[in-house]
Design a protein around this ligand. Sequence first.
Ligand SMILES: *[C@@H]1O[C@H](CO)[C@@H](O)[C@H](O)[C@H]1NC(C)=O
Ligand SMILES: *[C@@H]1O[C@H](CO)[C@@H](O)[C@H](O)[C@H]1NC(C)=O
Ligand SMILES: *[C@@H]1O[C@H](CO)[C@@H](O)[C@H](O)[C@H]1NC(C)=O
Ligand SMILES: *[C@@H]1O[C@H](CO)[C@@H](O)[C@H](O)[C@H]1NC(C)=O
Ligand SMILES: *[C@@H]1O[C@H](CO)[C@@H](O)[C@H](O)[C@H]1NC(C)=O
Length: 506
Amino acid sequence: MDVGPEVLRSAMRSPAETGGRPQASMASGMSFMIALLCFGSLLSTVTWYMIDDESAVGSYKPPPQKKTPPEPAAFCKGCREVIDNVLKRYSENWKKNVSNHRAFTSNLSSSCRGFERAIITQANTPVGTKIQYDGEKRRILQVTPDMFKTFIKEHPFGNRSFDTCAVVGNGGILMDSGCGKTIDSAQYVIRCNLPPLGDEYSKHVGVRTDLVTSNPSILKEKYNSLIGRRRSFAERLQHYGKALILLPAFSFGFNTPLSMRAAYTMEDFASPTQPVFTNPDYLRNLSRFWNIRGLKSRRLSTGIMMASLALEMCSNVHLYGFWPFSHHPHGLYALTNHYYDDRKVNIRFQIGRRRSFAERLQHYGKALILLPAFSFGFNTPLSMRAAYTMEDFASPTQPVFTNPDYLRNLSRFWNIRGLKSRRLSTGIMMASLALEMCSNVHLYGFWPFSHHPHGLYALTNHYYDDRKVNIRFHTIPVEFDLLLKLHSQGVLRLHLGLPRGLHWRK
Ligand SMILES: *[C@@H]1O[C@H](CO)[C@@H](O)[C@H](O)[C@H]1NC(C)=O
Ligand SMILES: *[C@@H]1O[C@H](CO)[C@@H](O)[C@H](O)[C@H]1NC(C)=O
Ligand SMILES: *[C@@H]1O[C@H](CO)[C@@H](O)[C@H](O)[C@H]1NC(C)=O
Ligand SMILES: *[C@@H]1O[C@H](CO)[C@@H](O)[C@H](O)[C@H]1NC(C)=O
Ligand SMILES: *[C@@H]1O[C@H](CO)[C@@H](O)[C@H](O)[C@H]1NC(C)=O
């Protein structure tokens, strides 16, 4: 019954087309799946496939879609077959199968109880509760009275179940779809990632919203993490009336302050929107639910989360804008990536040739390659692939993994010595390790300033290139200060290329 991910992947945009953004937003939302146009059909179960959609929303206008089929050469190999196959399974004579619907949703409810648990409430998460993050297993947060006040009193769905829900993805397929009225006619409308709504779009995507998700990435990229002026964020919220704004506050540590700032912004601007937070317990159970049904991806997309929630809340679930392919199913003309822009998605775990990596390793002979495999969840599969690559290419290098226990203790060690940064740099980790391993430690290339200490001429950023780091240092970075202290105490030796006898001065 399923179109396997392999089949679908071959039909997605080519790697060259995808933006190579770093994993800045691990907790990204995503938003496509296999899905549906606007034929007014009802869906109870769907086979999902998703790609990562963490793009920010801009006011940028999409290029017009070309409504002519692509030349065979311009059309990806095999896409036609995949789309044909999907269309064959996409029955236009759709009708609801009550017994399948009941079986599926009752399994879903009994595994996840999203109705009561999907959203953090004062009732299900009292003061003192230890919240375990779903993205970072070891991170626990104990609910303080202050944080508790930001939680909604009780779960916002009451005990009622809705008749019809519309879950609106942001796919380019919605452009010119004329789905707006149908979407708005649903009893409950769910949207993903603060999409733009308004005059120019209303005909195709509707205007009503009951619940809209907000990914940390959009808060970071489009609203500067809500650190500066927040009016543009407050103005965007006006699109959504009294909707719930669902924030994944407890998926990764950095989501929490960001989500709190979003909540405070709504409060400060007296926005009628209501911030609510996703319950990581629910996400864990939901992830398990889909995992045993064949969905092995590391994190669920926002799209499948919302569709799952809708399946528990509503008797009839309609999905719009969930078409993951680059071409329209009817007519095969090229689609923009979203209905409002053409920002490329970031396929994070893109897997390509590994030879260039293996070749780089030849520089290092039989060295140990130290990988922080257990620092963040996404490091693990990546580090494993690096290890497998060394194995596959019979590289003499030896992959080894940093022990997160050691890093925690090391972090504590430096913390009480004044280093308050959230994570230690690789430099200080290696210097610390060397201090335990070797009687004499020499550091080279640890100069954090843009000009040479001796002669003050400008330095490139690395000895091999001039890629800029994010932060230009205006004061002495704390780590460097500590290393310098160890140098002056005669514990280790920092080499700055100064003539003997001269000392570095501020
Ligand atoms: C619902 O689907 C099941 C199997 O998928 C089938 O046996 C049953 O006849 C269907 N019910 C109706 C009313 O079509
Ligand atoms: C759903 O739950 C029933 C029992 O409640 C079980 O027999 C069935 O195998 C489950 N189906 C799936 C797909 O998990
Ligand atoms: C969710 O998962 C937890 C374990 O992580 C389990 O105790 C619980 O029964 C699961 N299901 C529901 C509906 O809470
Ligand atoms: C929902 O119904 C249950 C009993 O069916 C009741 O105990 C509970 O208080 C109700 N909750 C709300 C929010 O109305
Ligand atoms: C590292 O920290 C843990 C507590 O997190 C402690 O039990 C352990 O003794 C520490 N290890 C060392 C070597 O001090």
